[in-house]
Design a binder for this molecule. Structure first.
Ligand code: GRE
Ligand code: ZN
Length: 237
């Protein structure tokens, strides 16, 4: 693999920024993700903010990149609207354990729902946390396909997938400006982090972790990054 998540390894997170010139942001960026969302840094707004999800069902594939499992929409799956601007939905993928922390607490799993701008750059990511409990119904849809991908860097068509089956309840969420959590760690990403915690079964998490064959069964969470002079906004409090 080009990079890994192993602390102290030459290709570990502390060194991502040195591995390729185009990955320098991983080291030099001042608005990196993930972060620990601490109450003291959060500005509370009771209004809902300007966020709308305009998703629609569309054809998708499931893909094993070796460092995460990804569902990619092939057709037009709609968009997210932030402050009046539309960002098309592209893919979603999972990290275990969660990458973002809430007041120091790390959940078991984090879903990233990735949206791009017109130049196809990642522009907005919705994060959803899960703790171990009842199975997640969205993940349950791909269990069989996922099992066939555990040992393959391949992809499989999974038919029409409705992105509204990811939790689209944005009643209460955090918003801040950050980056991709994998190289090249590009910034300019608006993060929408759902405050509501969902559940996932330990079997489902295990399967996702086994599928990440670049470091099978190991974590794929980047360590938290400095907030620096950023603010975190909470909407719908
Ligand atoms: C990732 O690879 O983990 C990733 C993306 C796009 C946006 C955010 C993110 O590929 O964490
Ligand atoms: Zn991610």
């Amino acid at each position: 693999p080009e990079f890994n998540y192993i602390k102290g390894s030459p290709k570990g997170p502390e060194h991502w920024g040195e591995l390729k010139p185009e990955w320098a942001m991983c080291k030099n960026g001042k608005s990196q993700s993930p972060i620990d969302i601490l109450n003291k840094d959060v500005q509370v707004n009771i209004n809902p903010g300007d966020l709308r999800l305009n998703y629609k069902a569309s054809n998708a594939i499931i893909k094993n990149t070796g460092h995460s499992v990804e569902v990619e929409w092939v057709g037009d799956a709609g968009s997210i609207q932030i402050n009046g601007k539309q960002y098309p939905l592209r893919q979603c993928h999972w990290h275990s354990p969660a990458e973002h922390l809430i007041n120091g607490k790390r959940y078991d799993l984090e879903l990233h729902v990735v949206h791009v701008n017109t130049s196809n750059q990642v522009s907005s990511v919705r994060a959803q946390f899960y703790q171990i409990g009842e199975p997640d119904s969205f993940l349950s849809k791909f269990t069989e396909e996922l099992k066939t991908l555990v040992n393959n860097r391949g992809e499989r068509a999974i038919g029409v997938i409705d992105p509204r089956e990811t939790d689209t309840d944005t009643f209460k969420y955090y918003r801040y400006n950050g980056s991709l959590t994998t190289p090249p760690c590009h910034e300019g990403v608006t993060w929408i982090v759902n405050a509501k915690i969902n559940t996932v079964s330990s079997k489902q998490v295990h399967l996702l972790r086994e599928a990440n064959f670049d470091y099978r069964g190991k974590d794929n969470a980047r360590p938290v990054q400095a907030l620096n002079d950023r603010k975190i906004f909470l909407y719908g409090a």
